[in-house]
Write a new protein. Sequence first.
Length: 270
Amino acid sequence: MPDFKSADELIYALMDTKTEEDIKYLKIAANRALEILNMTFKHLKIGMTEKQIVALTHNIFKSKPAYFKKHGIIREEFSWEKELCPVVLIGQNLKKGGHSCAGNNPLKRGQTIYFDFGVKIFLANGEKYSSDIQRMGYALKLGENHAPKEIQKVFSTLISAINLGIENFKPTKKGYEIDKLVRETITSAGYPNYNHATGHPVGETAHSPGTSISPKGHKRSALNLCENGVYTIEPRIQIENGGSIEEMVMVTKNGGLTLCPPQKNLYLIR
């Protein structure tokens, strides 16, 4: 009898691998999402509720940049359902995991806040590209000029976990190997395990088929990362006043490259 093998691995590799043109537009989508979040953080006010902050982000999204026309971008949408894009969680709600609806919880001094956000851009030729990033901030108490040690530890642990993942983002690595490195950075720092995958492919949609950066045994976690594939790295510290950061990263033989400037400092809300 002939030895038949599943074509799944080849199919997923073809879906994950991006062309130079794909990378160009995925970078535009990633930077556009970051541009909107930067503006949102700039206009955040103490006392705004999660729902009001979502509305603020939506209003900023309505204004389209001049460079869209230059790049043949004819339309822009949210990367997922409008009511959940962005996901905004504050303080005690950071104990939630994954996509959760914004509530009437107001931003208070001494609390962390995070956004999970992305946009989908449409080209005149019918192609479309999505982004998916997360950013974290802190509302300063009166008299504070920087976050206290416990908040800075949350932030620096997330950054260390992401940087380790990026360093190992090579086509020789399997999804579960990256997940283990990133996840253990969080738990070894004394924080609880988070209840979702460490990352996923991004392409036409925010969550595309392909290699899953999740624990060993999970579906598609034994697939290798694909050279020129784009995946997220998104560890979470799932505690009250915790946080989450998500970067879109391209795989190369020498390690990962982020598609937009990575978060290096906490956004501080005064």
